[in-house]
Unconditional design. Structure first.
Length: 408
């Protein structure tokens, strides 16, 4: 371990040289999420991408996925993102991106296109490895609900390391690359119990879920350092290696502080719906107090060790929805949701705008942010129970004046 003063200097110096990120996630493009695109799952019992591929005939699955990928994100979306004032996109990708894990369909061609578009229109890309075989968190967005066993499977851990290395080999020298994120949202410590994952994201095959457990920090530290070694040799120092905090932002002060580690960035995901589960009051004052006492405080604290980005956040909150969402549980989780607006458009705009400005202050204490998400295909008007969920869609937030306009 190095002295704290050395760590402070390292984090602060790196933060000074880093581009302040103003970005948005392209979620639900190459990694599917049912709640964001329900019609893709029509005619199946699937709640995640793993079971979608099992439930549909191969030719039907392939057709649906290919049409979705072609229509969901195109060149025009990159010009729109640039016009909204963003300078970067975070692109979640699956472990089967190279097409070597049947029956899943690879998507490296789509990522190639994204790099061409980004470089044409002056955007940077953070590649985010969003899923791994047998899951790293049991969430539906991890690719398979209720299963968290990947870290116990050495062959699959090695496979994921090869995926990261192949991504670095392919894109490490591209001018559009901002960095590579090693793993999205691993469930560390007691997160599975805290999130009540078994009940919230029930495993369809109970036998597959047997043995699921949280990922120890000792494992994550080794995986992150191994992954760093594998990809850094293919990337210059100005390209960043990003690791997620496992939902414990302050637990990494003594990590990767040796001088041999260059361009390492800490990613934290902060959602007001999760703050509510921690006791945050469901009113504007409660949210503002939480942002100041937690987000701002912790990001300033950890910026002494690493440049810190908030890789996922949004304006969604139970106050604006008009009912307690119990941490963002949807009608797909069996919740009734809200079917009528609790506020006028002007009142809602005031709530969102106030929370947006305060959260942006927090992220600017670090190295910036990526909003989740760029777009949402959920019908929040005609399908009961989705009132208030439109705030996950950055395009709508910008159009309605909920999100402060940025200069392109």
């Amino acid at each position: 371990m190095v002295a704290k003063g050395t760590m402070e200097a390292k984090g602060t110096m790196e933060a000074k040289g880093i581009m302040k990120v103003k970005g948005v996630n392209l979620g639900n493009w190459l990694v599917l999420e049912k709640w964001m695109s329900p019609e893709l799952f029509d005619g199946t019992k699937a709640d995640d991408e793993y079971w979608l591929a099992q439930d549909l005939k191969p030719e039907v699955y392939e057709a649906r996925v290919k049409v979705h990928r072609a229509e969901y994100i195109s060149e025009r979306d990159f010009t729109r993102i640039k016009a909204m004032g963003m300078n970067a996109v975070r692109i979640p990708v699956p472990y089967f991106i190279f097409g070597d894990r049947k029956p899943f369909i690879g998507c490296i061609a789509e990522l190639d296109k994204a790099f061409n578009w980004a470089e044409k229109y002056g955007l940077k890309i953070l590649i985010d490895l969003h899923t791994v075989p047998d899951g790293q968190n049991g969430f539906d967005n991890g690719g398979i609900s209720g299963v968290c066993k990947w870290a116990q499977e050495p062959e699959e851990v090695e496979f994921v390391l090869t995926v990261l290395e192949r991504l670095a080999e392919r894109y490490g020298m591209r001018p559009g690359l901002w960095g590579i994120e090693l793993l999205n949202e691993p469930a560390m410590d007691d997160l599975l119990e805290k999130m009540n994952v078994a009940e919230r994201y029930p495993a369809r095959d109970k036998k597959m879920a047997e043995g699921s457990r949280d990922i120890p920090q000792t494992f994550l530290r080794k995986f992150y350092t191994d992954a760093y070694e594998r990809i850094r040799k293919h990337m210059p120092e100005e390209k960043y290696v990003v690791f997620h905090d496992g939902f414990r932002i302050t637990a990494w002060k003594d990590f990767m502080q040796d001088e041999k580690y260059k361009g390492v960035v800490l990613d934290t995901h902060q959602y007001l719906m999760m703050a509510e589960l921690e006791g945050c009051g469901q009113n504007v004052e409660g949210y503002l107090e939480f942002i100041r006492s937690h987000y701002i405080k912790e990001i300033k604290e950890m910026s002494e060790y690493f440049p810190v980005i908030c890789g996922e956040w949004c304006l969604f909150n139970s106050l604006a929805v008009g009912t307690d969402t119990k941490g963002g549980r949807t009608v797909l989780n069996g919740e009734e949701g809200s079917s009528s607006e609790a506020f006028t458009q002007e009142e809602k705009k005031k709530i969102y705008r106030t929370l947006a400005e305060e959260q942006l202050k927090a992220w600017n204490k670090g190295a910036g942010y990526f909003y989740w998400n760029y777009k949402l295909l959920t019908d929040t008007v005609n399908v009961p129970g989705w009132v208030g969920w439109d705030s996950w869609d950055l395009g709508r937030c910008v159009d309605f004046g909920w999100f402060p306009a940025e200069k392109a």
